[in-house]
Design a protein around this ligand. Structure first.
Ligand code: GLU
Length: 496
């Protein structure tokens, strides 16, 4: 069997999209599972919409996800690896021109002089009579003389590939046997525009053939293109690759996920603090599963277990809650120093935005990890969850500071007594269990519900009603800060 060679072929006309990332991942997993080659090819022939910035976004985010490739540009705008290059289509234009020449020579393609206006009129006539748009084949049988006349008139032809009657059948690794009547393909296919630029259907086939791609794994939105591609492979005298069409990614309401309606750029997920392990894990489960209960899988485990044959046919629903859950699971699994390193940029951004007063040292962040690790759905929540540790003063709202069942006087009294208890415990008693025991005893003695007292203390120290465990947080804040914040809350109540 020919070696396994697969590719991801993004067009740099937008940032890395969830769907492209999923396709890249499935190609990567298939290649790595079978010891094959994974290629990055940039389909940049849409010059008007392609930009270097989008290319960088795509390449950087593929790297960030950990999907390394064996051939293609190593970094955005950088040198290429591999012996089937160049790997950007704009550098392969001669190859498309040669292939078009071959098809013209063998009369598998012909020059078409129809103008856009003529084609538009034809389309409208068909629409009016309820036909689906299909090229009539007006230029398909021009004689040499007729062609020369048009050339003499200064008309520049497009090149059309003859589709011909019949059925195209193939065995899709996901969808099984697929048969499509060529009558629905829209007639003979433009492969090169009149201005000489080649079209996607043509470049993709020329390149997949030249790069010896063995398996084309791509989204189901391409399913209707595949018969055209197969006919082109055959006409070019090249064995066609195997095909696998991955299910569409759907919104929870089962509508197609689109840029307009949903958050589709990988970058936006990175910015919120999704970790690569969770995104990769989540993307792998968009249309595939192990067939077991196991759903937390590392990239290495995915490589080992991935099976293209187990990909589902039906649409894959994008469940954001599942992504968030997986993210929390992966955040729990990260090594301390790794997690600290990933949290620091978010804390830096919080400091710049004024949400916290200073960027903590790595050691400080590491010290509070046990308190926050399980409370982070995304890395970007760190400021919300733990920002109070890194603020000089927390914002105190008396209406929040006073617990529901308490009034101002009781709260004032409670916080004063709590402060005295903490102070009396001394430096040696400043330890979570002892603080808790002391404050519980205080509540009992005064006939308060411990929950009310603890809530007042919690808000005094953090400004919030939901926080990491209270006594451990006191210890992490330190005795001095704790006493100071309690004093400030007492002042706030007196001033209010
Ligand atoms: N440039 C195409 C796309 O991004 C590639 C499709 C294919 O894999 O053939 O959709």
């Amino acid at each position: 069997m020919a070696p396994i060679r697969v590719r991801i072929a993004p067009s740099p006309t937008g940032p890395l999209h969830i769907g492209t990332a999923r396709t890249a991942l499935f190609n990567f997993l298939f290649a790595r599972h079978h010891g094959g080659t994974f290629i990055l090819r940039l389909e940049d022939t849409d010059q008007a919409r392609s930009t270097a910035a989008f290319e960088k976004d795509i390449v950087d985010n593929l790297h960030w996800l950990g999907l390394s490739w064996d051939e293609g540009p190593a970094v955005a705008g950088g040198e290429e690896r591999g012996s089937y290059g160049p790997y950007r289509q704009m550098e392969r234009l001669e190859r498309y021109a040669e292939a078009a020449e071959q098809l013209l020579r063998e009369d598998r393609a012909y020059p078409c002089y129809c103008t856009p206006d003529e084609l538009e009129a034809e389309r409208r006539r068909q629409e009016a009579t309820g036909q689906s748009p299909s090229y009539s084949g007006r230029c398909a049988r021009l004689t040499a003389v007729e062609r020369r006349t048009r050339e003499a008139e200064g008309l520049r032809p497009a090149i059309r590939f003859r589709i011909g009657p019949g059925t195209v059948a193939f065995d899709d690794a996901v969808r099984g046997r697929v048969e499509i009547d060529t009558a629905v393909l829209g007639g003979d296919l433009v492969i090169v525009r009149a201005d000489g630029t080649p079209l996607y259907h043509f470049t993709v086939v020329v390149d997949d053939a030249a790069m010896a791609v063995s398996d084309v794994i791509r989204g189901e939105d391409h399913l209707s293109n595949t018969p055209k591609h197969i006919l082109l492979f055959r006409a070019l005298g090249h064995p066609e690759p195997r095909f696998a069409h991955l299910p569409l990614i759907l919104n929870p309401d089962r509508s197609k996920m689109s840029k307009r309606k949903s958050q589709t750029a990988i970058d936006d997920y990175v910015a919120e603090g999704y970790v690569r392990e969770a995104l990769v894990n989540f993307l792998a489960l968009l249309g595939w599963s192990t067939g077991t209960e196991d759903e937390i899988l590392s990239l290495d485990e995915l490589i080992e277990r991935f099976d293209l044959g187990a990909v589902q046919k039906g649409g894959a629903v994008f469940d954001r809650q599942r992504l968030e859950w997986l993210n929390g699971q992966w955040i729990r699994r990260l090594e301390d120093d790794d997690l600290v390193e990933r949290l620091l940029p978010f804390l830096e951004a919080d400091a710049v935005a004024g949400r916290i007063d200073r960027v903590p040292a790595a050691a400080e962040v590491e010290a509070i990890l046990p308190l926050v690790r399980e409370r982070l759905p995304v890395l970007g929540s760190i400021g919300d969850v733990a920002g109070f540790f890194f603020c000089e003063e927390v914002g105190l709202d008396p209406s929040v500071l006073i617990p529901k069942r308490w009034d101002r006087a009781t709260t004032h009294d409670g916080l004063q007594a709590a402060r005295a208890t903490v102070e009396a415990a001394g430096a040696s008693g400043f330890e979570a269990e002892r603080l808790e025991a002391g404050l519980r005893a205080l509540a009992e003695e005064r006939g308060w519900k411990a929950g009310d007292l603890f809530m007042a203390i919690r808000v005094a120290l953090t400004g919030k009603t939901a926080t990491p465990p209270l006594f451990e947080s006191m210890v992490a804040l330190g005795r001095e800060q704790t006493l100071e914040r309690l004093a400030r809350a007492i002042d706030t109540l007196e001033e209010a």
